[in-house]
Design a protein around this ligand. Structure first.
Ligand code: BDR
Ligand code: CA
Length: 311
């Protein structure tokens, strides 16, 4: 199984991504979960991460709190999408499992150093603050990574928090810039692909029809943020962003993309956080990321439904 650290700001779609990972022990070993400020403030994301572990029946997973604000900007949150708690929709009990004492950034550094070189994959599902902090504090870990598979950015789909930028990159563009320049192997799930992974009514019914607690909770979660996304984008369902990351680790053949150069706008207020992706390779800037553009959506939802049934 591939060893991963999930760095996250749950978020209903983050929650589904975590559930998919925990339901797939043959392919994925979750070394720990690190929370970051993003969709909602840090205290809530650290709490939500534990609620999700308990929902999965995995109170043994270690959850760490990380950075409570972006490197150089004020925190922008997304309660308008995810609700006041970040996990609105299902009614879930307060977590009983503890939050670990160590800081998420130190956990990331120590874990990457302790594991074999090339063993650990980082899976960021929120702003890249914790990852960038770890790279700045301990640059030696960069070469020890297997790579990064992250949700963030957009190209043809453009922005969802400003006209130019996707939320995760917009919240901490400076951190994203550090990560994209780091030289590690990066796979990106931008809005271009997540807006093809739509939770349509029949797909949501399939979650509910699982008949287990997880299926009902996931259906309630996606119902909740559907309200926002459906009205907004007028599509058949809401994009299920973050689970694309964990699905890719299990079934990479469901996805396709291009190795291209991606740079992050960190200066212009108008286009702040834009992922300037050289999709047509019009420059000779070297490729630094595999930018995913397509997904077999039916295959993706079949996988998700099949795995959630196991929890
Ligand atoms: C990303 O922003 C968050 O609101 C979601 O959890 C996802 O990670 C989509 O732009
Ligand atoms: Ca997220």
């Amino acid at each position: 199984a591939r060893k991963i650290i999930i760095d996250t700001d749950p978020g209903q779609d983050d929650a589904v991504a975590i559930l998919l990972a925990l339901a797939s022990p043959e392919e994925i070993e979750v070394l720990g979960i690190t929370a970051v400020a993003g969709n909602v403030p840090l205290a809530l994301t650290a709490r939500n991460a534990r609620i999700v572990c308990e929902l999965a029946g995995r109170p043994d997973i270690k959850v760490y709190a990380g950075c409570d604000r972006p490197l150089g900007r004020k925190l922008v949150t997304a309660e308008h999408v995810h609700g006041k708690t970040g996990l609105n929709g299902p009614v879930l009990p307060d977590p009983v499992m503890p939050l670990q004492d160590a800081h998420a950034v130190d956990f990331i550094i120590d874990t990457v150093r302790a594991q074999d070189s090339g063993a650990v994959t980082l899976c960021p599902l929120g702003p890249l603050t914790n990852i960038a902090m770890a790279f700045e504090k301990a640059p030696d870990i960069i070469d020890r990574l297997a790579g990064i598979v992250l949700m963030g950015g957009a190209y043809f789909q453009v922005g969802n928090i400003t006209p130019a930028a996707e939320f995760n990159i917009y919240v901490d563009p400076q951190a994203a810039d550090i990560v994209f320049r780091s030289g590690t192997d990066i796979t990106v799930m931008p809005l271009d692909v997540t807006h093809k992974a739509l939770v349509t009514a029949p797909r949501n019914d399939a979650f509910r029809a699982l008949g287990n607690r997880v299926g009902a909770a996931v259906a309630d979660m996606t119902d909740f943020f559907e309200r926002f996304d459906k009205e907004k984008y007028g599509s058949a369902g809401a994009p299920l962003h973050d689970p694309c990351v964990t699905a890719y680790l299990i079934r990479p053949e469901l996805f396709s993309g291009r190795r291209i150069n991606v740079e992050i706008e960190t200066r212009s207020e108008l286009t702040m956080g834009m992922t300037v992706a050289d999709w047509w390779r019009v420059t000779d800037r070297p490729a630094n990321a595999l930018f995913i553009g397509d997904v077999d959506a039916d295959g993706f939802f079949d996988l998700l439904t099949e795995r959630l049934a196991r929890l």
